[in-house]
Design a binder for this molecule. Structure first.
Ligand code: CP
Ligand code: NVA
Length: 319
């Protein structure tokens, strides 16, 4: 945990297997004993720059830092990309004088890694075109709560091989999950992420399987996850994508191939009756609002780790 202090979270691949386990453990502690962490980040300042819309990520990051004793400053960046008014480096040289941490939601993943490279304070990826690490950590925390552990679980993602899919694959690998991804042809996850995930899974006893067959992928699954087929920034492809993704819709017929205890998962917002039917989204297997709740607890753990608030508190609990 000490090693995470001061680091960035641009990608799940920034974390070692041990660091992922430590974040998960802290997320459970924070959720079960929020009062222990009430002042862990007293007066620490967090700035957020969002180039895209957000409900969950914005509200849970603000609630997280506020209930740890710190404060959030939100900068609406939807009208102009970061780096347009002044360079990322010049922004960083200002921000690091006032702020403890920076949270960025961008179109280009490079904006996040470039900011991380020039900034002395931790940079957290709150969604880019490549990854959504905070989402995946909250989602696997949700699975740990539900199933006790993610190790050995059969986790299936159906749909677009997008940012959410990338972070889920890497997290699944780190936690030793058997992860199956079913995408239409031409919408597979990025090759270098697949390779990274396979490499990690080889160390943890997990596995990564890719297919174009949604029924095969869902058969026997403990959890079935989907996301929109058209992500933010790809709206111009929506009409082209809709028919391609139709066979990948998560409906009751597809869910019937999963284990009877299987959880249905979605990062939200959902396009209702497109990638998932109302019956599944609102049905008894759906854990989508647990996932949404857990965004806050998981991000508290992330902030505590990166800002060095975790150690202080665990010491005070030991006394
Ligand atoms: N799941 C998620 O990141 O939601 P928002 O886009 O509302 O933040
Ligand atoms: N893949 C979606 C996730 C939204 C939370 C997007 O990038 O728009």
């Amino acid at each position: 945990t000490k090693r995470l202090n001061g680091r960035d979270l641009c990608s799940i691949a920034d974390l070692s297997v041990q660091e992922m386990a430590a974040i998960m453990e802290l997320a459970h502690a924070v959720k079960n004993h929020p009062e222990d962490f009430r002042h862990a980040l007293d007066a620490r300042q967090m700035v957020m720059f969002f180039e895209k819309a957000s409900l969950r990520t914005r509200v849970t990051f603000e609630a997280a830092i506020n209930t740890l004793g710190g404060n959030a400053i939100f900068v609406d960046q939807t009208q102009s990309p970061l780096g347009e008014r002044e360079s990322l480096a010049d922004m960083a040289r200002n921000l690091e004088r006032w702020m403890a941490v920076m949270v960025l939601r961008t179109y280009s993943h490079d904006t996040i890694t470039e900011m991380a490279a020039v900034s002395r304070i931790p940079v957290i990826n709150a969604l880019s075109d490549l990854e959504h690490p905070c989402q995946a950590i909250a989602d696997f925390f949700t699975l740990e709560e539900r199933f006790g552990s993610a190790q050995g679980l059969h986790f299936t993602y159906v749909g677009d091989g997008n940012n959410v899919c990338h972070s889920l694959m890497l997290t699944a690998a780190q936690l030793g999950t058997h992860c199956t991804i079913a995408t239409p042809k031409g919408f597979a996850p990025k090759l270098d992420i697949i390779h990274k995930a396979i490499e990690i899974a080889e160390q943890t006893g997990g596995s990564i399987t890719l297919t174009n067959d949604p029924i095969k992928a869902v058969t026997g699954a403990d959890a079935v996850y989907t996301d929109v087929c058209t992500s933010m920034g790809f709206e111009h492809e929506a009409t082209k994508r809709a028919p391609i993704f139709k066979p990948y819709q998560v409906n009751e017929a597809l869910m019937s191939h999963a284990q009877p205890h299987a959880a249905f998962m979605h990062c939200l917002p959902a396009h209702r009756n497109a990638e998932v039917t109302d019956a599944v989204l609102d049905g008894p297997q759906s854990v989508v609002f647990d996932q949404a709740e857990n965004r806050m607890h998981a991000q508290k753990a992330i902030l505590l780790m990166l800002l060095g608030g975790a150690k202080r508190i665990s010491n005070s609990r030991d006394r």
